[in-house]
Design a protein around this ligand. Structure first.
Ligand SMILES: Cc1ncc(COP(=O)(O)O)c(C=O)c1O
Length: 393
């Protein structure tokens, strides 16, 4: 079967970033890449901050933060009154977990596609409180209906105090039907936290339509914001119960100020997030989304072919907008976290190509992303050189 053609390139987009041209950057999903416009916006804010720190922090900063919060909530289709800025998804998850008041006998339910650090956070909160963590097995090939059924069957009403589900999974690059999952959990009175680390900018998401009790997403991945920019969206019934990890002067101010103000910190990433969205909008949000998803699909086929993987064995991401795709690695390779990390480093050093290598379900996977700064030739080069590198075990 011949590989379908790649999408039309977005001409000149690479020059909007400061990426090293000697490297193929096929792992946008890990730490993003900040467009130069947003870097400059942040530098201008830092210059302003350093020119007169007292003025920067005490005159108008709260209004600027509120303006940014409304801007980002509007972009995401989230209720601005239920939105709080936070530094990253890891923090947003921890904030929710420690606000639940878990007790012995309670459980936190996840799937086995969850993000490693989120699972570790859940386990620590469970250890601290006497609650337990249970992960539902969801086969990679499960249809949306099957995923919803697995969740329905897995809920233990009265005991399951929180269901954590990813909107787009990291290890398996899979879009989950989160709105339907939230609906099912709601029927059983189980609150849901949606880990939407990859959703902002990638999906035409309307956070409000998902209806989750908690939704947390990074702007610093597919939304082109400077790193340290994420939002946590909370439904009205939880807003008064959400506590920051660290108490600040704004503790008595309620939601969201008590969460957003974290003492002397650098708030310039948040304030420059709209400049990242400006780049996305200038390129055309829908055009960028279609390009990125199409290029990731192209890369999956090209590299999959090179590794001898039949197209039918290439995992389907569960929706056309997902700009990350998996290719299974030969059996026995990168089956552990350490093995995956070592192979990822070897590919970066030997092939000058940044990819994600994941260990999931007892085997190794290569995760490829598509972004406006990528070209089809980068995936083709990887396809030519990867089989040789994998053969040298
Ligand atoms: C699904 C998922 N959740 C959480 C995170 C953590 O995001 P951050 O490092 O910004 O906290 C990631 C990061 O890649 C992720 O993919």
């Amino acid at each position: 079967m011949s590989v379908p053609p790649p999408p039309e390139p977005i001409t000149g987009a690479r020059l909007l970033f400061s990426l090293d041209p000697a490297v193929s950057h096929l792992n946008h999903g890990a730490f993003g890449a900040v467009p130069i416009v947003a870097q400059r916006a942040q530098q201008r804010l830092r210059d302003e901050m350093e020119a007169d720190p007292l003025r920067f922090f005490t005159q108008g900063l709260a209004d600027r933060v509120a303006h940014t919060r409304r801007h980002l909530a509007n972009f995401l289709g989230a209720d601005p009154d239920g939105t709080t800025l936070t530094t990253n998804t890891t923090t947003g998850v921890a904030v929710v977990l420690q606000s639940l008041g878990l007790r012995a006998g309670d459980e936190v339910l996840t799937t086995d596609h969850g993000y490693g650090a989120v699972d570790l956070s859940i386990r620590r909160e469970c250890r601290r409180t006497g609650a337990t963590h249970r992960a539902l097995r969801v086969p990679l090939t499960a249809t949306d209906e099957q995923v919803v059924q697995i969740v329905r069957d897995g809920l233990r009403p009265g005991r399951t105090r929180l269901l954590v589900v990813d909107q787009i999974t990291s290890a398996t690059a899979r879009l989950f039907p989160v709105a339907a999952i939230v609906g099912v959990a709601g029927e059983h009175g189980v609150p849901v936290l949606v880990d939407a680390a990859h959703a902002p900018g990638m999906l035409p998401a309307s956070v409000s339509s998902i209806g989750a009790d908690f939704w947390v997403g990074n702007l610093h991945k597919w939304g082109y914001a400077p790193r340290g920019t994420a939002v946590l969206v909370v439904t009205p019934r939880w807003r008064d119960r959400i506590e920051p990890l660290v108490v600040s002067w704004e503790q008595e101010s309620g939601f969201p100020a008590r969460l957003e103000w974290q003492g002397t910190s650098d708030y310039t990433a948040w304030l420059s997030a709209p400049a990242g969205l400006y780049t996305l909008r200038s390129l055309g949000v829908d055009r960028v989304r279609a390009h990125n998803a199409g290029l990731a699909a192209y890369g999956q086929r090209v590299v999959g072919d090179a590794l001898g993987v039949p197209p039918t064995d290439l995992p389907d991401p569960g929706g056309p907008a997902v700009a990350m795709r998996l290719v299974p690695l030969p059996a026995g390779l990168a089956t552990t976290l350490d093995g995956a990390r070592a192979l990822q480093t070897r590919i970066a050093e030997r092939l000058a190509t940044q990819v994600a290598i994941m260990a999931w379900d007892g085997r190794g996977w290569l995760r490829l992303c598509g972004q406006v700064y990528n070209a089809p030739e980068e995936y083709q080069r990887l396809a030519v050189r990867l089989p040789g590198l994998l053969a040298q075990r």
